[in-house]
Design a protein around this ligand. Structure first.
Ligand code: MG
Length: 368
C-alpha cells in the first residue's frame, strides 16, 4: 500500500453545552483529522487528543507535531502492505498512541474502502446496532443534574454515567438513584481525581448499586486500584491506565480492574482495541466502548467496535447531537436507545464537504 498524500486538518467543533469533568471544562472540541490517500482510495482518521494534556500526556498540537515529524515519515519509509503493519512500522516512536491511532485508522479506512469491507466486518462485529449510554458532566447543582439526566433518559439513552470529583460524588449519585429508581443503569467516572486515602469515602458509593466506578486513582496506580477493588463492592473499571492489551492483562491479573473501558485512541488504534477485547474476553472481563467527544468519523468506528461480542455493557457511543449541533458527517441519531453499526465500506461515513469546510481552522498537506 503506497501513500500518495497525507493531510493534517484541524477543526473546531462547538459543543452544544459545556462539558465539565474532574480535569476541566470544554466548550469547543479542537480536533485533528488525518486524511490519507493511496492509489486505490482515501481514508480518514480522527485523533482523540485534547487541546491540553489533562486527560493523558497527549495533546493535539503534540499529536500534529509527532505525526508530521516522525510517524508519517516512518510509515512512508517502511512501505507497509496493510493497516495491520502500521503499528509495527511506528513502534520505534515511544508513546503517542493517540497520534498513532489516528494514522492507523486512516490507513485502515482507505484499505477497507478499496476492498469494499466495513469496519464492523473487519473488526468482528456481531450486532447491527449497539445500545448507547451517555456521559453526564459535573453540574453546578443537583437540580440541574437531575434535569440533564431526565432529558437524556427521555431521548432514550439506556445507561447514565456521572462524572464525579471530590465534593461531587455521593450526593449527586444518591439524588439520581432516588429520582430515577433502582432499574436505571448507572455508573460513575472520576478521571483520576481521588487518592488511595479516599477509599473509605468511595465505599459509600456501594449503597447505590452502580455498574462500576471508573478510574478513581492516578493512571499509574494499578496497586491502588487493586486495593480499592478488594475494599468496595462496586466493580472497579480502568480507563486511563489501560494503554495496551498487555496493560489490560496485567491489570486483570493484579485484580486492579473488573471491567475495562476500551478507547481505541488511547490504546494506539482499533486493532489494539480488538486485542484488548480479546484479552478481556479470555478472562471473562466485560468491556465497553468509551468516548472522547468524537465527530461522526470516530463515532462510526467506535460503534463498529462496540458491536463485538465482548462489549456487554452499553458504551459512551452517544448520538452526534449529544455533543454537536452539526456533525461533519451525516449525524448519528439514536433509535430506541441504539445506534446502527455503519454497513458501508470503510467507516461507512464520509465528511460532508461544506460542513467540514465550515469548521476547518487549518489544513496542511505533508511532503511525502
Ligand atoms: Mg473515563
Amino acid at each position: 500500500m503506497k501513500l500518495t498524500a497525507v493531510e493534517l486538518r484541524r477543526i473546531a467543533m462547538p459543543l452544544v453545552a459545556p462539558f465539565r469533568t474532574s480535569f476541566g471544562t470544554q466548550h469547543t472540541r479542537d480536533i485533528l483529522l488525518v486524511r490519507v490517500r493511496t492509489e486505490e482510495a482515501e481514508g480518514w482518521g480522527e485523533c482523540v487528543a485534547m487541546a491540553s494534556p489533562l486527560y493523558s500526556a497527549e495533546y493535539v498540537d503534540g499529536a500534529a507535531d509527532v505525526l508530521r515529524g516522525h510517524l508519517v515519515p516512518a510509515l512512508v519509509a517502511s512501505d507497509v502492505p496493510d493497516a495491520g503493519a502500521v503499528a509495527p512500522a511506528l513502534s520505534a516512536v515511544k508513546g503517542h498512541r493517540m497520534a498513532k491511532a489516528a494514522l492507523e485508522m486512516a490507513v485502515l479506512d482507505a484499505e477497507l474502502r478499496a476492498e469494499g469491507r466495513s469496519f464492523g466486518r473487519e473488526l468482528g462485529a456481531v450486532h447491527d446496532r449497539v445500545p448507547c449510554g451517555v456521559s453526564v458532566g459535573i453540574m453546578d447543582s443537583v437540580p440541574e443534574l437531575l434535569d440533564a439526566v431526565g432529558a437524556f433518559l427521555d431521548q432514550g439513552y439506556v445507561r447514565i454515567k456521572l462524572k464525579i470529583e471530590p465534593g461531587w460524588d455521593v450526593e449527586p449519585v444518591r439524588a439520581v438513584r432516588e429520582r430515577f429508581g433502582d432499574d436505571l443503569l448507572l455508573q460513575v467516572d472520576a478521571n483520576t481525581a481521588y487518592r488511595p486515602g479516599d477509599a473509605r469515602h468511595l465505599a459509600r458509593l456501594d449503597a447505590f448499586d452502580l455498574l462500576l466506578i471508573e478510574q478513581p486513582f492516578d493512571e499509574e496506580d494499578l496497586l491502588g486500584h487493586a486495593d480499592l477493588a478488594r475494599l468496595i463492592r462496586t466493580p472497579v473499571c480502568l480507563d486511563e491506565s489501560i494503554g495496551s492489551a498487555r496493560d489490560a492483562a496485567a491489570a486483570i491479573r493484579l485484580g486492579a480492574t473488573q471491567v475495562v473501558n476500551i478507547k481505541p485512541g488511547r490504546v494506539g488504534g482499533y486493532l489494539e482495541a480488538r486485542r484488548i477485547h480479546d484479552v478481556c474476553a479470555a478472562h471473562g472481563v466485560p468491556v465497553w466502548c468509551g468516548g472522547m467527544l468524537e465527530t461522526g468519523l470516530g463515532r462510526a468506528a467506535n460503534v463498529a467496535l462496540a458491536a463485538l461480542p465482548g462489549f456487554t455493557l452499553p458504551g459512551d457511543t452517544s448520538a452526534s447531537g449529544r455533543y454537536y449541533a452539526t456533525d461533519v458527517t451525516e449525524p448519528f441519531v439514536l433509535d430506541e436507545g441504539h445506534l446502527a453499526v455503519p454497513a458501508g465500506a470503510g467507516l461507512g461515513v464520509t465528511p460532508v464537504p461544506e460542513r467540514l469546510e465550515a469548521v476547518t481552522t487549518a489544513s496542511e498537506w505533508l511532503d511525502l
